[in-house]
Design a protein around this ligand. Structure first.
Ligand code: GLN
Length: 454
C-alpha cells in the first residue's frame, strides 16, 4: 500500500531519491513467513520506514543529496539501519535532503526540491525535508532523520509531523555521513508521539562502534509516552525560554504556542519563565562550529575514494587536479560556502578569534541550559519562527535561511534532546510546531509531555 501511495503522490512531492521496492517487499515477505511460523516479532515488524539519504544502507544508493556521491552503493549498513532490518521494518527507500544536510528548505539538494504536501509551492523544511514530507504525505508511516541544527525538528514543524532529536550519544552515529560530528544526531520522524517512542527505542542505545555513544540503557520512552497520554502533568515545571519566543515569530505561530501553554496549565503543569541570555549567540557560534567540522569531514570526498571522479579538461592528470575538478563539479554552492567558512575559521591566526570564541560561547549556552533545568523539568518554545515559506524566498539570502534555526540550534550545541510536535495551524492554514527540550539523557520527559499535548 505504501509503495502504491509513493507511486501516486511522489511525482508531485518528490520525497524520495530512491525507492527500494525489491528490498522492501523481500523484508515484508520474510516478516509474513516469520509471523506465520509463530515467531515473536518486534512490535514494529512489517511497518515500513523511509531513511534519510545521509544514512548508509548496504546495497542501496546513498548520496547525501550530493552529486559527489552519485552512483555510490555503500558496502555496509549504519548501526541504526542494522537494527531496523533486524526488527523486520521494510525499507521503502532513501529520502531527499539538502546536500550534506546543509540547509533549512531542501532546496540545496542536488536532485531537485521536495514539495510540502500541505502546499506544493512551499518548502518542506530542511535538511530532512524528504523524510518529513514522506510521513506527512502518508507515503511512509515512519522515517529516519538527522538533526545537526534542527533538521529533524524544523521539517517536523512545517509539515505537521513529530520529530525527535535524541540526546547526543543516544543513537549511534556509525554509518551516518558526518556533517558536524559533535552536533549530529539521528532520530525518528513520525505522525504520533508513541510511534516516535517505539522507533527511538529501536534505533537507540549503546554502540561500541561509535566512541561518543552513551554506554547506559535508554530511559523508558514508550512507557513515558503511554504515561503522558493519560494527560496528568501535575507537579511538572515547564519553562518558557524568553529568548525563544515573542519578537521575530509569526503571529499565528505565537498564538498557537500560547494556546499550548494554556493546555499544559489545564493538565496541571506549572508554567514559569526562564531566561537563557547566551542563546542570542547560538546561531553565530553554530555557523562557525558547524562549517569548521564540516570542512574537515568533507575532505574525504576527493574523487578517489567514493562516487564521482572528474578529470581535468586539459593539462596533466595529477591527484590535486582531479580533486579540484571533482570537488568543483561535485559540490553545490552551499557546501562550498561552508567549506570555505570552516577552513577560514580554523586557519592559523583566526582560530582563536572564530573557532575558539565559538567554543566558549558553546560552554556558556550549556551553562544556560543547566541553570534553566535547575528551575524547570522541560523547556518549551515554538520550533520555528514561521510556517513553511515559498520556494526561492530565502535561497539567495543565506542569513535569512540560517535564521530559521534560532530555536533549534541551542539543543545541538548543548547535546540535549528536543522534540517538535504538531501545534495546529497558523492563520495561513499551514502547520506550526511546538518544541520541547529536556536535560541530557532525560529523553523520556519529551515523550511524557508530548503525548500529553498530542
Ligand atoms: N539548517 C541547519 C543548517 O543548515 C541545520 C542542518 C541540520 O540539522 N542538518 O545547518
Amino acid at each position: 500500500a505504501h509503495l502504491d501511495r509513493i507511486g501516486d503522490v511522489d511525482p508531485a512531492v518528490h520525497a524520495f531519491l530512491h525507492v527500494s521496492t525489491e528490498d522492501a517487499l523481500a523484508t515484508a515477505r520474510d516478516v509474513d513467513s516469520r509471523r506465520a511460523a509463530g515467531e515473536d516479532l518486534h512490535p514494529l515488524a512489517g511497518v515500513p520506514i523511509a531513511v534519510k539519504d545521509v544514512v548508509v544502507t548496504k546495497g542501496l544508493p546513498t548520496t547525501a543529496g550530493s552529486k559527489i556521491l552519485e552512483g555510490w552503493i555503500p558496502p555496509y549498513d549504519a548501526t541504526l539501519v542494522e537494527r531496523i532490518r533486524a526488527a523486520g521494518l521494510p525499507i521503502l527507500g532513501k529520502t531527499n535532503m539538502d546536500e550534506f544536510a546543509m540547509g533549512s528548505s531542501t532546496e540545496h539538494s542536488a536532485y531537485g526540491n521536495t514539495h510540502n504536501p500541505w502546499d506544493l509551492d512551499r518548502i518542506p523544511g530542511g535538511s530532512g525535508g524528504g523524510s518529513a514530507a514522506a510521513v506527512a504525505a502518508y507515503e511512509a508511516p515512519l522515517a529516519i532523520g538527522t538533526d545537526t541544527g534542527g533538521s529533524i525538528r524544523q521539517p517536523g514543524a512545517v509539515t505537521g509531523t513529530v520529530g525527535v532529536k535524541p540526546t547526543y550519544g543516544g543513537v549511534s552515529r556509525y554509518g551516518l555521513i558526518a556533517m558536524a560530528s559533535s552536533l549530529d544526531q539521528a532520530g525518528p520522524v513520525t505522525r504520533t508521539v508513541l510511534d516516535s517512542a517505539l522507533l527511538h527505542e529501536l534505533i537507540g542505545g549503546h554502540d561500541p562502534r561509535d566512541s561518543t555513544s552513551i554506554n547506559e540503557d535508554l530511559p523508558l520512552l514508550v512507557d513515558a509516552a503511554r504515561q503522558g497520554a493519560i494527560g496528568d502533568l501535575r507537579g511538572l515545571r515547564v519553562g518558557v525560554v524568553s529568548e525563544l519566543s515573542g519578537e521575530g515569530y509569526q503571529e499565528g505561530v505565537s498564538a498557537r504556542f500560547t494556546e499550548s501553554l494554556d493546555l499544559l496549565r489545564s493538565l496541571g503543569a506549572e508554567i514559569i519563565e526562564v531566561s537563557c541570555p547566551h542563546f542570542k549567540y547560538a546561531l553565530g557560534a553554530y555557523y562557525l562550529i558547524m562549517p569548521s567540522e564540516a570542512s574537515s569531514n568533507l575532505a574525504k570526498f576527493d574523487g578517489m575514494r567514493f562516487g564521482l571522479r572528474v578529470e581535468p579538461e586539459d593539462g596533466p592528470v595529477t591527484a590535486e587536479r582531479v580533486m579540484a575538478a571533482t570537488r568543483g563539479q561535485g559540490f553545490g554552492d552551499e557546501v562550498k560556502r561552508r567549506i570555505i567558512l570552516g577552513t577560514y575559521a580554523l586557519s592559523a591566526g583566526y582560530y582563536d578569534a572564530y573557532y575558539g570564541s565559538a567554543q566558549k560561547v558553546r560552554t556558556l549556552i550549556q551553562r544556560d541550559f543547566d541553570a534553566a533545568f535547575a528551575q524547570a523539568d522541560v523547556l518549551v518554545s515554538p520550533t520555528a519562527p514561521t510556517t513553511a515559506f515559498k520556494f526561492g524566498e530565502k535561497l539567495d539570502d543565506p542569513l535569512a535561511m540560517y535564521l530559521n534555526d534560532v530555536a533549534t540550534i541551542p539543543a545541538n550545541l548543548a547535546g540535549v534532546p528536543g522534540m517538535s510536535l504538531p501545534n495546529g495551524l497558523s492563520d495561513d492554514g499551514l502547520p506550526v510546531g511546538f518544541q520541547i527540550l529536556a536535560p541530557a539523557k532525560a529523553d523520556d520527559r519529551l515523550y511524557r509531555v508530548g503525548a500529553a499535548l498530542e
